[in-house]
Design a protein around this ligand. Structure first.
Ligand code: NAD
Length: 489
């Protein structure tokens, strides 16, 4: 299968924070891969804008190194890297002062193409950037801005940020990134649900027993300790990534696959989420790795806060209070230093109402698993007869649609989430970006949960490194006569 690459229109992309970690690891290597794939037009320009006083050649060298280190992807023809580097400019700029702005203005003055400004800087600088883009005449109607998470740390700060950006840009110009939405499988989830007759009739509380969403990481907080300790798993992962996944699973079919039709449906899901009862929340903090405490210390040591009450793990149960989902629980779980790196959504269907094979055949359930990482793909567990003699014994086997296997090496070309999303910005397609009201509604649901455990003075429970989280998380499921699915690589 040959993958189809449709080139985007010529563009100028300014990356504020163009020397930062995110730009070097994700955005620039992603752009290079799109360039190799022939999607980025030859005359597109990428303009790094950051605090460091480096010359254009120095910046090109830095980007070349980043691409060599993080580039990955299919091999490019010789000379492509040099041609890509030719597309790069650099401006030393201060978001909080006037340095560099006239220079950027001059570079952009010649632009009659798509203009995008990627705010890959701390959110505290978003307002300064937006204001200066306007005062230097770059915030015209054609401009698009891309903002990174975290988008606020509660409802009040998210509202404030939305208000600030809205002073300078229309909602249709603002692209709030949640890179989970750029993952191939996440879009495939919509294709599976709304492109097949098979699943949608069963996609409700009559047939679905419950839904599990797990995002497990093996890494600890690493160098982000100070930031992470002010945030925690609820703010860092649940409020954005897990809730977005929940929305895509639970939403009604939109009338069209267009940005506002999709986002309207997601918003309805968030607004229908029930508050979470205290006994339906388990929070945890990882312990040190036995025998390697120095390299892999416990959470509190890693963040340098011996009294920290921030969670590196959370599991919770919620309900979507509407006709489709009344009575079907949604279990969400995410944590650091868990046994495997795995992101998976599982739709667990109900038992058959009556087993014609008798009790000895056991009870079997269909499970539709959507794996986001690693090995993106979808598996449907079906029950069949165990082959061979000896009567009617039933076993569960997977109908496996691992994309790399199903589509072959070319059709299965994996496009990194950032690559896809940056190209969507250039195309002007907001479907996979969060709208301001969605973000606010998500904080509106998370705020009382966080306030609740803060008021109750609850400390997170310790859990062993490389485990599935605190025992209390399994116990929460056991009380409902259910089990978490195993976290497997
Ligand atoms: P970083 O600290 O590595 O880089 C920050 C960049 O901002 C640098 O290029 C720096 O020069 C620039 N900068 C700082 N102050 C400035 C100023 N006054 N004027 C102009 N430029 C200034 O940060 P990062 O890890 O690249 O993260 C950038 C943003 O992306 C943050 O909001 C972060 O939360 C978000 N984010 C990062 C990641 C990641 O994997 N690194 C993932 C998701 C979201």
């Amino acid at each position: 299968m040959v993958s189809r690459v449709i080139p985007v229109d010529p563009f100028d992309l300014v990356i504020f924070g163009g020397t930062g970690d995110l730009a070097r690891r994700k955005i620039l290597p992603g752009l290079f891969r799109r360039y190799c794939a022939g999607q980025m037009p030859d005359d597109a320009r990428v303009i790094g804008a950051a605090r460091s006083e480096i010359a254009r050649d120095g910046y090109r060298e830095m980007v070349a190194e980043a691409i060599r280190e993080f580039g990955g992807g299919p091999a490019c023809e010789d000379g492509t890297l040099d041609a890509f580097l030719e597309r790069l400019e650099y401006v030393a700029i201060d978001a909080r002062g006037e340095a560099g702005w006239t220079e950027l203005q001059a570079l952009m003055a010649a632009s009659d193409r798509v203009e995008a400004y990627y705010f890959s800087v701390a959110p505290s600088l978003f307002g300064d950037l937006a204001e200066r883009l306007q005062s230097y005449g770059m915030a015209d109607d054609a401009a698009r801005i891309v903002v990174e998470k975290p988008f606020g740390r509660d409802l009040a700060s998210a509202r404030e940020l939305n208000r600030t950006l809205a002073k300078y840009f229309h909602e249709t110009q603002i692209y709030r990134i949640d890179h989970y939405l750029g993952k191939e499988t996440v879009q495939n989830l919509m294709a599976v649900r709304f492109g097949n007759m098979l699943f949608e009739p069963l996609w409700n509380s009559q047939y679905v027993d419950h839904i599990q969403i797990t995002v497990a990481e093996t890494v600890g907080v690493g160098g982000r300790g100070e930031y992470y300790d002010k945030s925690g798993a609820m703010r860092d992962m649940v409020q954005n990534h897990l809730m977005q996944l929940l929305c895509l699973i639970a939403m009604e079919p939109p009338a069209r696959f267009d940005p506002d039709a999709v986002r309207d449906e997601k918003l309805k899901v968030i607004r229908a989420l029930e508050p979470v009862e205290p006994h339906h929340i388990v929070r945890g903090q990882y312990e040190a790795e036995p025998g390697d405490e120095e390299n892999h210390p416990d959470y509190r040591t890693a963040v340098g806060n011996p009294r920290s009450r921030t969670e590196s793990f959370i599991a919770l149960k919620t309900h979507v209070a509407n006709w489709r989902w009344a009575g079907t629980p949604f279990y969400l779980r995410t944590g650091k230093r868990m046994v495997a790196r795995s992101s998976e959504i599982s739709v667990i269907f109900k038992d058959t109402p009556h087993s014609i094979f008798g009790e000895e055949a056991g009870r079997h359930r269909n499970v539709l698993s959507i794996r986001l990482q690693p090995n993106e793909g979808i598996t449907l567990g079906v029950t069949i007869k165990e082959p061979g003699p000896g009567g009617m014994r039933l076993i569960d086997v997977p109908l496996d649609m691992t994309f790399a296997d199903a589509l072959g090496p070319e059709g299965g070309e994996s496009v990194d989430a950032y690559e896809r999303l940056v190209m969507d910005v250039i195309r002007g397609n907001q479907t996979l970006f969060m709208r301001g009201d969605e973000v606010e509604a998500a904080w509106g649901w998370t705020d009382p949960i966080i306030e609740g455990w803060t008021k109750r003075g609850e400390a997170p429970k310790p859990y062993a490194s490389h485990s599935e989280g605190p025992d209390a998380s399994e116990q929460m499921m056991a009380r409902d006569h259910r089990k978490w699915r195993k976290v497997e690589p």
